[in-house]
Design a protein around this ligand. Sequence first.
Ligand code: ATP
Length: 272
Amino acid sequence: MVLKLEIFEILLIKAKEIAEEINARVIVLVYPSREDVNLEFSGEIVIVGREFDVSRENIKKLPFPVSIGLPNLLSLVSAFLKSRGIIKEGEFFVYVTKDSIGIRKVEEKTMIANEFFERYEGIINRVLEIAIELSIEGREGVPVGTIFVIGDTKEVMKHSHQLIPNPFKGHHLNILDPKVKNIIKEFSFLDGAFIISSKGRIIAAGRYLDVDPKSLDVTLPQGLGSRHLASAAITKITKAIAVTLSESGTVRIFKDGQIVFEHNPRLSFRSL
Ligand SMILES: Nc1ncnc2c1ncn2[C@@H]1O[C@H](COP(=O)(O)OP(=O)(O)OP(=O)(O)O)[C@@H](O)[C@H]1O
């Protein structure tokens, strides 16, 4: 069968029609299959993806890693749109992947709190990306587990101590620098946590979190051990956010003592 238009172009046309029909103000393109997105739409267009160089005013670009899977991507987009006041709870947006189309309602409770975007958006994205790569690749093929504690550094340092001399002391390395990714991966075998400032600077690695989950009344689903309890606890007594990678491959984000995001890339590593 010869198609006059590519599937993706057909989906774009339909997305616009649906958006207009249901009064959706946003169309989300998830890792679109082509760069020259040709879509005249009066609302906002959000592109989830990496390599797109767009400068049109109504197009926003979100660099979420594809490996977190479509449901998680859509939850993050939903939280983003809400936190930026682009759409409100209960409203709909239309999304298009390279071979599917759908409608999503912005729920009252998004998996990720709005602060995710207001505070450390870029940093959490980068940490998530590293954690996901480590989950899939391991370190030199061996599964690793680790913790990243982001933000409220002063308080976090008060509630933690070094297990080994801090390899990052005196270095001004920033997690947003692409070269730093491999350095982090190299040090991921260390026991303890990475401490990252709200601006992305790597303050320490090999840091033990001195927190008592019991007295802080932290409860997590069964099966989660001391790494996860400590991560939850540190986010309860400070304003920090923690990202953990379990040796089993699951990546979790903690905030206010609770899990706000959970995903195992090893179980769903696929392209959209
Ligand atoms: N308070 C803490 N601060 C920093 N790191 C910790 C803390 N408690 C445990 N860890 C780290 O977590 C590692 C694994 O502990 P444990 O197996 O109990 O955790 P877990 O939550 O079951 O994690 P995993 O799912 O990766 O096995 C420890 O070897 C240590 O490196």
